[in-house]
Design a protein around this ligand. Structure first.
Ligand SMILES: NC(=O)C1=CN([C@@H]2O[C@H](COP(=O)(O)OP(=O)(O)OC[C@H]3O[C@@H](n4cnc5c(N)ncnc54)[C@H](O)[C@@H]3O)[C@@H](O)[C@H]2O)[C@@H](O)CC1
Ligand SMILES: Nc1ncnc2c1ncn2[C@@H]1O[C@H](COP(=O)(O)OP(=O)(O)O)[C@@H](O)[C@H]1O
Ligand SMILES: [Mg+2]
Length: 282
């Protein structure tokens, strides 16, 4: 394995696109977040909110019916499409053509949800971010990985990665297996952890932001929203993944002096997105 290269501000500024003064919401990208189930509508709220707070023009969330009011009240800026099922997603019919889709946080592994994921992957044409339960579903149905488009971004935490690629005996073997998996399916793996690494076939890069305050429920759901937003703004998938993990970590570095490690929660990532983006501009 080649030594990982570092994702620093300097590297980010090589491809970061400041917002064009003449842009409008129709040009900024329409992202879709497919997330949530009964008891985990919070995952859909966090991913949708971080998505709209990361620069895309429009966000539509597809959620089971039980989350309708929760989502509309929590984030009025986000549009909502509900599944016919009350508690989990059973069909993925989108009334729009999105620029990017983030799918998985909190969706669970009900059989109906698994079938919906299969049908979705069969017909989908949009660039994708796959997280959480959709990774667990793919781990249990490995042949479906053939349906995943090239350059799709997968964002597993270590347990989800293990479900996908199997156990490893050493750090070196973990990277070896992740690289082989990335090469086999031509996908980008955001190997979340402390620190986070991004595997793009044989190229490996290492994030330089973030701290242990991020070890809190929902921080991965927020990352999915951020990366999906960047993808919908026409960043190359690898750049969307790099900028996404960099900004996500930066929010925790910015917030830490005020929140400390203990009181930082996933909503604080969202709260500090503005300062994180601004720090790229000066
Ligand atoms: N408010 C909400 O609605 C929330 C919903 N969530 C959703 O809940 C579902 C379950 O997700 P979970 O990730 O909790 O469950 P998982 O069963 O996928 O993962 C939990 C397991 O992974 C291990 N693990 C996680 N991070 C690790 C690390 N850095 N190093 C080593 N081991 C690690 C844990 O020890 C635990 O054994 C997902 O769909 C997720 O998106 C969570 O994000 C929590 C918040
Ligand atoms: N000790 C840590 N240092 C830096 N980043 C961390 C640490 N612990 C967790 N993170 C980050 O927090 C996020 C956790 O994601 P995940 O486990 O999917 O959370 P959830 O599913 O609860 O939303 C990842 O981006 C991971 O890199
Ligand atoms: Mg997660």
């Amino acid at each position: 394995m080649k030594p990982p290269y570092l994702i620093t501000k300097e590297e980010i500024l090589k491809f970061y696109k400041p917002v064009n003064p003449l842009t409008h919401k129709g040009l900024q990208g329409h992202a879709v977040i497919i997330a949530g189930s009964y008891g985990k509508i919070g995952a859909a709220v966090l991913a949708s909110k971080s998505c709209i707070k990361s620069g895309c023009g429009l966000v539509t969330a597809l959620i089971p019916k039980c989350g309708y009011q929760i989502l509309q009240i929590s984030i009025p800026e986000v549009m909502v499409v509900t599944d016919e099922n009350a508690n989990f997603i059973t069909q993925i019919n989108l009334p729009l053509i999105p620029k990017a889709i983030g799918i998985g946080p909190g969706i669970g592994k009900e059989l109906g949800t698994q079938k919906a994921v299969f049908e979705f992957l069969r017909i989908n044409k949009a660039p994708l971010v796959l997280d959480a339960d959709v990774l667990n579903i793919l781990a249990e149905n490995q042949s479906w990985l053939e349906l995943v488009p090239e350059k799709t971004i997968l964002t597993p935490h270590p347990k989800e990665l293990e479900r996908l690629i199997g156990k490893w005996d050493s750090e070196a073997q973990k990277f070896q297996k992740a690289i082989a998996f990335s090469e086999q399916y031509k996908i980008i793996i955001v190997m979340k952890g402390a620190p986070t690494f991004i595997i793009n076939q044989t190229a490996v890069c290492q994030n330089t932001t973030g701290n242990a305050a991020l070890a809190t429920a929902g921080s991965g759901d927020v990352l999915t929203g951020i990366i999906t937003s960047l993808l919908s703004q026409s960043y190359e998938p690898l750049h969307a993944a790099q900028l996404g993990v960099f900004i996500h970590g930066l929010t925790a570095d910015i917030a830490l002096p005020k929140t400390g490690y203990q009181s930082f929660i996933a909503s604080d990532i969202i709260k500090n997105l503005g300062k994180a983006f601004l720090s790229l501009e000066n």
